[in-house]
Design a protein around this ligand. Structure first.
Ligand code: NAD
Ligand code: IPM
Ligand code: MN
Length: 361
């Protein structure tokens, strides 16, 4: 089998520190399961590509990246130097939209060995998937400032919920729920306060759910849903949400499960007509950058999801994914731990320990 071609964008801040560990783990698993990967690195970030070119990406980025099966992404953002909406709309959000990666799959799991901030919760109590709409909704650059510079100044920002966009994410989540033992899907809504988009979301949910009679579907307004993440996370199996609600839930969930430093994500184009993108949920963390203490597990776990995706159902790849997950579990139980988990280990020490466990698999 030819090597899988992967584009690597480590990006800014701790993206630079966690990415080598992500690659180290994927390499170890690939070697153990006879998988070949060819990595190509791109320095597309605020520092210092944007500083040199005034753009986050070169003009031919779409054609260049289209030649890859997947993109392994660290994080982008250097808010002191480049405004966040410029850097993120200039890279990550363009990839999601222009490569039509309309599913953002974000597992939330309390791992054995990780102290849970919620009293009395055990690993079996927090184990669910957030399926976030990833190309439209509240994330938009449509709108503008009216009467600028006057006291009547108004910032208007449109959101859009297309039938295609809503249906495809809801159906993906329904199908995912159908395949899981609990067959339970929760839909995040806010149809009491948002008078157009969310009633539409709910109406499409009811319609789409008809084709999945096995799946028990419920819905909560996003405010109480957030509270229930904290009070009764055991209630959840698969949670489907719009772009913004899914963004918030996918930091809240991992925080309930101990740290956002281990939360992975897959930005998927399920039809595989364009590359999918795998990245930690967290950002470039300028507050800890340069100290070598970022937790690399979110990136390593995202690498495992990437291997599973590359295999497209082939058992060898699933085994490679599982080997990485077992090594992550072993490291969370026995250490070493980075400071977010109460330890004092470096990013590299955790990455090395995980790669060694994978290799001795
Ligand atoms: P952040 O996720 O970067 O950091 C939030 C907090 O979590 C910080 O205190 C940070 O130190 C901590 N943290 C994050 N990852 C960690 C890890 N692996 N190990 C230990 N601690 C970790 O979010 P932010 O501070 O809101 O954003 C910082 C920059 O990153 C901004 O420019 C933002 O736009 C960008 N950002 C990028 C992405 C992305 O590229 N996918 C995602 C989120 C934020
Ligand atoms: C994430 C991030 C991004 C998002 C930002 C950096 C634009 O927070 O991947 O969750 O909001 O989607
Ligand atoms: Mn986010």
């Amino acid at each position: 089998m030819p090597a899988h071609k992967i584009a690597v964008i480590a990006g800014d801040g701790i993206g630079q520190e966690v990415m080598p560990e992500g690659i180290r783990a994927v390499e170890a698993a690939a070697a153990a399961f006879d998988i070949e990967i060819e990595w190509t690195h791109f320095d597309w970030a605020c520092a210092d590509f944007y500083q040199r070119h005034g753009e986050m990406l070169p003009p031919d980025w779409f054609t260049t990246l289209s030649q890859f099966e997947a993109i392994f992404f660290g994080a982008v953002g250097w808010p002191e130097v480049v405004p966040d909406h410029i850097s993120l709309w200039g890279s990550l959000l363009r990839f999601r939209r222009e490569f039509d990666q309309y599913i953002n799959l974000r597992p939330v799991k309390l791992m054995p060995g990780v102290p849970c901030p919620l009293a009395g919760k055990k690993p079996e109590d927090i184990d669910f998937l957030v399926v976030r709409e990833n190309t439209e909704g509240e994330y938009s650059d449509v709108g503008g400032i009216l009467y600028p510079g006057t006291e009547r100044e108004v910032a208007i920002q449109q959101s859009s919920f297309s039938r295609l966009g809503v249906d495809r994410v809801q159906r993906f989540a329904l199908e995912l729920a159908r395949q899981r033992p609990k067959q339970h899907l929760t839909s995040a809504t806010k149809s009491n306060g948002m008078a157009i988009s969310m009633p539409y979301w709910d109406q499409r949910m009811a319609e789409n759910a008809r084709a999945f009679p096995e799946v028990r579907v419920d819905q909560y307004h996003i405010d109480i849903l957030a509270a229930r993440f904290v009070l009764s996370p055991e209630r959840f199996d698969v949670v489907v949400a719009s772009n913004l609600f899914g963004d918030i839930l996918s930091d809240l969930g991992p925080a309930c499960a101990g740290t956002i430093g281990i939360a992975p994500s897959a930005n998927l184009n399920p039809e595989r007509t364009t590359p999918s993108l795998f990245e930690p949920v967290h950002g470039s963390a300028p507050d800890i950058f340069g100290q070598g203490i970022a937790n690399p597990i979110a990136t390593i776990w995202s690498g495992a999801m990437m291997l599973d995706f590359l295999g497209n159902g082939e058992p060898r790849y699933r085994q490679a994914h599982d080997a990485i997950l077992s090594a992550i579990e072993a490291s969370l139980l026995a250490g070493p731990h980075t400071p977010d988990l109460g330890g004092s280990a470096t990013t590299e020490a955790v990455g090395n320990a995980i790669a060694n466990t994978i290799a001795s698999h």
